[in-house]
Design a protein around this ligand. Structure first.
Ligand SMILES: [Zn+2]
Length: 301
């Protein structure tokens, strides 16, 4: 009995030690500015490779170059405070995002053109050109809020538009952003928590359960148009399907939610109820949208 009690006490002591180490670890993690899961900093189609550390004329590359269409919207990778930076000839129009986690992010080579297609360099590093419309230097932003526009200012004038994106944990030296970008959450549209938006989504139903429908989108539109073009989305979107929603075919109704199972594999157009443009909605997280109407594409005669 004595030895068993000793064993039990040993287990408890060991467990307490493990918990204590765990707590110490997480506290140390918070202090050393652990990089959180990021919101992907550019909307729409982006191509990038792990080019951190590549030798460039000015030294090793300290970020990743996110190749995107000119004037694509750049968004805050996490909540934080913005600082405009307009005096670097190499960086061009740039900004600092001082993240809540203690990590600092650099957004470099922002747009300095007044035309959409040309490379006129006639724009200044100001809100509406380089920085998001209405954004003020020193402003606090939420994750996914627009902060700027992709361009090729500074020493990137001869290259294709891209966001040079840097991650500085604990506001220190830059670290390779690649792994963080790979697992970052992609947004359908920028976060705008005080704006009411509606989603129109066309695609094939991949899953239909009581109270929810999952659709692989082929077309996706946000009203009012938060972005010039809605981002392409590869991942399916799961939407709430209230009891009251009926499925209609060419104006006639075919039944209530009890028959949703028959929708699997079918092409539908869905209109959602208005909702606020929160981060959950902007990311298209499951259940962020409630379906107002499902229209089933009529089969050919
Ligand atoms: Zn770069």
């Amino acid at each position: 009995v004595a030895s068993r009690r000793t064993t039990a006490r040993g287990v408890i002591v060991a467990a307490v030690a493990v918990i204590a180490i765990g707590l110490a670890g997480s506290v140390a993690g918070a202090q050393s500015g652990v990089v959180p899961r990021l919101i992907f900093p550019v909307l729409g189609e982006v191509k990038f490779t792990d080019d951190f550390g590549d030798l460039r004329p000015q030294g090793p590359h300290e970020g990743n170059d996110l190749m995107a269409a000119k004037q694509s919207i750049a968004v805050a990778a996490e909540p934080g405070k913005i600082k405009f930076w307009t005096t670097s000839s190499a960086a061009g129009c740039m900004l600092y995002l001082y993240g809540k986690s203690g990590t600092t992010y650099l957004y470099i080579h922002l747009n300095n053109d007044l035309t959409t297609k040309g490379n006129d360099n006639r724009g200044k590093c100001v809100a509406g050109v380089a920085y998001a419309k209405g954004l003020k230097d020193g402003a606090h932003v939420v994750a996914g809020q627009p902060v700027g526009y992709v361009g090729n200012s500074g020493d990137a004038e001869s290259t294709d538009p891209h966001l040079h994106f840097e991650v500085h944990p604990n506001d220190g030296d830059p670290t390779d952003p690649y792994a963080y970008l790979k697992r970052a959450e992609r947004l359908i549209f920028p976060t705008s928590p005080r704006t009411t938006i509606t989603l129109s989504l066309g695609g094939v139903v991949t899953q239909a359960l009581p109270g929810q429908l999952t659709v692989k989108p082929a077309t996706l539109h946000v009203f009012p148009a938060a972005t010039p073009t809605a981002a392409k989305r590869e991942r399916p979107v799961t939407l709430l399907l209230p009891q009251t929603v009926h499925v209609s075919v060419g104006g006639g109704q075919v039944g209530g939610p009890q028959r949703v199972g028959t929708l699997i594999g079918k092409t539908v157009v869905i209109l959602t109820e208005p909702t606020f443009g929160t981060l959950a909605a902007a990311a298209g997280r499951p259940g962020a949208f409630s379906i107002a109407r499902v229209v089933l594409a009529p089969s050919p005669p």
